[in-house]
Write a protein that binds this ligand. Structure first.
Ligand code: SAH
Ligand code: SF4
Ligand code: F3S
Length: 454
């Protein structure tokens, strides 16, 4: 899926290519991020690389000297969005011919030089493992493509984290996936599983905390398969919990088969580890799980959830579901609905199956779209009911909230509870970054209201 034959940037990878007398020229960078939180993290890091080259962020394309689209390939709709957005950039490029347009992320990785052929206005295409090479690519003449999986770690070549805006931060600890679920492009776009060394992660976390961060969410396509320097995720979480000032830890996304005993135990005895876990199951039918190559059954998943709840009874769970996977019958779908009913989720993301080129499932006959639509609607209404019930159950309870921003009303602050609910608190003295105790007074569609206690 990579395009290895395309021209390479003029400057070889990893070389220092900035001469001492070339002070960066101030320029503006517009970044649009699609897809998952790993792309959000990568966009921040790319902005930092380009910051060292004199670029500051702008929210308007018209002001930009460089537009970077950090793309997602997971479903057809996600990747097609790139092309419609590129189409919309034509007037800006005509008005400012030296505007640089770059495509990064998973579509870049999957389609490589094909993007340049379809959209000649694009100047550079950079895969997720090559972001440290961006400055060299920008200096190269003509169109450039880099979708290598280089031997060097891009994170070793990125500048240190700079000033941050809020009290929460993402930290990518693991990338790539070796699971090869039959429907999924991630093993191809992000490559094989790689874990970052724990000492680097601890240093980055300490640095984030010194800049005011109080909550860190560890990221990875298979975050609980983390195995850096002989440590598992549980060990990493325990060490991170020792950093003074780091009040909250979360991690996402996990695979059920990688929930080891020590990680489950951490949920019972690490107070910093928040009681919310995203644990995608995809389907409740063993036949479909097998066809998806998930390597676990519905009963395995139910047992796992029981064990997690035994150590942390109030944990809220969320999941991803795919409906209309090739061969899914009514009975298979009902098994998924039964599993959802048995678990009781705090939230869930559900998707209609989308055939992705190059994946094994793409060869199979899909379920008729109207049947898949109907199933998706039924599943979503069940999940919405469960989500409301989980929110309602919080009313009257004391929870902690980390303020992330002022609310829309005067004197109001908004933040997340331990259980990841958005909470609005009337607190005229409240500041972004405060971690406060509140009592939940009401639940509305997507958030809770609360009063401050201390
Ligand atoms: N690594 C994570 C999530 C990867 S992508 C995990 O293993 O769970 C996020 C979600 O997108 C997946 O959990 C899946 O539900 C959905 N997804 C992935 N490929 C898809 C496809 N071809 N069609 C529809 N949904 C898909
Ligand atoms: Fe995709 Fe499966 Fe890997 Fe998740 S575990 S990223 S769904 S292949
Ligand atoms: Fe999308 Fe790539 Fe993330 S395909 S979901 S941006 S890993």
């Amino acid at each position: 899926m990579t395009d290895q034959t395309s021209p390479k940037p003029a400057t070889p990878a990893g070389q220092a290519d900035r001469s001492a007398d070339a002070a960066p020229v101030p320029r503006k960078l517009f970044i649009k991020t699609y897809g998952c939180q790993m792309n959000v993290y990568d966009s921040e890091r790319m902005a930092e690389v380009l910051g060292a080259e004199g670029y500051t962020r702008t929210d308007t394309v018209e002001d930009a000297d460089m537009v970077l689209l950090n793309t997602c390939h997971i479903r057809e709709k996600a990747s097609e969005k790139l092309y419609s957005d590129l189409g919309r950039l034509k007037p800006a490029k005509l008005a400012k011919p030296d505007l640089k347009i770059g495509v990064a992320g998973c579509v870049a990785q999957a389609e490589g030089g094909e993007i340049l052929r379809r959209m000649p206005l694009v100047d550079l295409v950079v895969g997720p493992q090559s972001y440290h090479r961006l400055p060299a690519m920008m200096r190269a003449e003509g169109q450039v493509v880099d979708t290598d999986f280089p031997a060097e770690d891009k994170f070793d070549h990125l500048p240190e984290r700079r000033a941050l805006r809020g009290p929460t931060a993402f930290l990518t600890v693991q990338e790539g996936c070796d699971k090869f679920c039959a429907f999924c492009v991630v093993p191809y776009t992000r490559g094989a599983e790689v874990s970052r060394p724990p000492e680097r992660l601890l240093a980055e976390a300490r640095d984030l905390v010194s800049r005011g961060v109080r909550e860190i969410t560890l990221l990875g396509q298979n975050v609980n398969a983390y195995h850096g320097g002989g440590w598992g995720l549980a060990r990493l979480l325990r060490e991170l919990a020792g950093i003074e000032g780091l009040e909250r830890l979360r991690y996402t996304t996990s695979h059920p088969n990688d929930m080891e005993d020590d990680l489950i135990a951490a949920h019972g005895d690490l107070p910093q580890l928040m009681p919310y876990l995203h644990l995608p199951v995809q389907s409740g039918s063993d036949r479909i799980l097998k066809a998806m190559n998930r390597k676990h059954t519905a009963a395995d998943y139910l047992r796992l959830v029981e064990r997690i709840r035994a150590v942390r009874p109030d944990i809220l769970l969320s999941s991803d579901f795919i409906v209309g996977f090739p061969g899914e019958t009514d009975a298979d779908f009902e098994a998924t609905m039964d599993l959802i009913a048995a678990i009781g989720y705090g939230a869930a993301f559900s998707f209609k199956y989308s055939a992705r080129p190059g994946t094994p499932a793409a060869e199979k006959t899909p379920v008729a779209p109207d049947i898949a639509d109907e199933r998706l609607q039924r599943l979503q209404s069940l999940v919405t009911q469960q989500q409301r019930a989980a929110q309602e159950a919080m009313v009257g309870r004391e929870v902690s909230v980390l303020y992330e921003k002022p609310g829309r009303l005067p004197g109001q602050m908004v933040g997340k509870s331990d259980h990841l609910h958005a909470v609005h608190v009337t607190d005229p003295a409240g500041k972004v970054g405060d971690l406060v105790r509140v009592r939940v007074t009401a639940s509305s569609t997507n958030s809770l209201a609360a009063e401050r206690l201390d």
